[in-house]
Design a protein. Structure first.
Length: 240
């Protein structure tokens, strides 16, 4: 509701993707007010990532997992079972899981995976550390919308632990895949990415459908051009 109300008032609409632009056009927003710029979050992500050194050679053996959405609360035992199956299947696999502070999640995760020697359960990570974790992972299992946007820009495939997503651009681009929360779909999809370099490469081109790191510059140019006539008029008025 808030987004649609603001859309009626806004002079400029800065869209992350062409699909977002299409949504606004369907709502009757004037085409000349819509600009596809990319997401400024990708600007921050890439700037930060570029400050790191080369990726670790151990990336092949690391899987990052995050779960926080309410729809996965009841399915969490199944998700942890899928992770255990992957650990049994791949003796070199290490799992890093920043655990959401909700105790309803943490209790189950620690009870089922806390004793595993190749599972690292941590508190939620600071942003810089989490970007590094995404960058160092062979793949990510997650139900996070932000991860779906950011990981592809780092060249890390995402298996989405949901049956639908509000970020379909990644799925259409082939950099993320919906696998739900059933081990029957999670395990084979993850195993394929872990052991098949071609499958991994096909999902990790390092190009994000949500931006190229230049969104803020595009937005600044558009806003500057919009304000220029008013600034010129103010200067004329000031000089008499």
């Amino acid at each position: 509701m808030n987004r649609r109300m603001v859309s009626l008032l806004a002079r400029h609409h800065f869209c992350a993707t062409n699909a977002a632009e299409a949504n606004l056009l369907r709502e009757g927003i004037a085409a000349e007010t819509i600009h596809v710029t990319g997401n400024t979050a990708i600007d921050t992500l890439l700037s930060l990532s570029n400050s790191f050194g080369p990726p670790s050679p151990h990336r092949r053996h690391t899987m990052l997992v995050t779960v926080h959405r309410r729809e996965n609360f009841e399915a969490l035992p199944a998700i942890t079972a899928a992770v255990r199956t992957l650990l049994d299947r791949f003796p070199d696999l290490h799992v890093r899981w920043p655990v959401h502070p909700n105790p309803q999640l943490g209790t189950i995760i620690h009870a089922t995976l806390g004793d595993h020697p190749r599972v690292e359960l941590t508190r939620p990570l600071p942003y810089r550390s989490f970007v590094a974790a995404m960058r160092e992972a062979r793949l990510i299992l997650s139900d996070s919308g932000g991860v779906q946007e950011e990981a592809p820009a780092l060249g890390t495939p995402v298996l989405v632990l949901r049956n639908e997503t509000e970020r379909p651009e990644g799925v259409f681009a082939g950099v993320s895949r919906l696998v739900g929360n059933d081990p029957q779909t999670i395990v084979p999809a993850a195993a394929c990415i872990i052991e098949d370099d071609d499958a991994h490469l096909s999902m990790s081109p390092g190009i994000s459908p949500y931006g190229d790191g230049q969104a803020a510059q595009r937005i600044a140019r558009i806003v500057r051009a919009h304000l220029a006539p008013a600034a010129a008029f103010a200067n004329l008025a000031a000089t008499g």
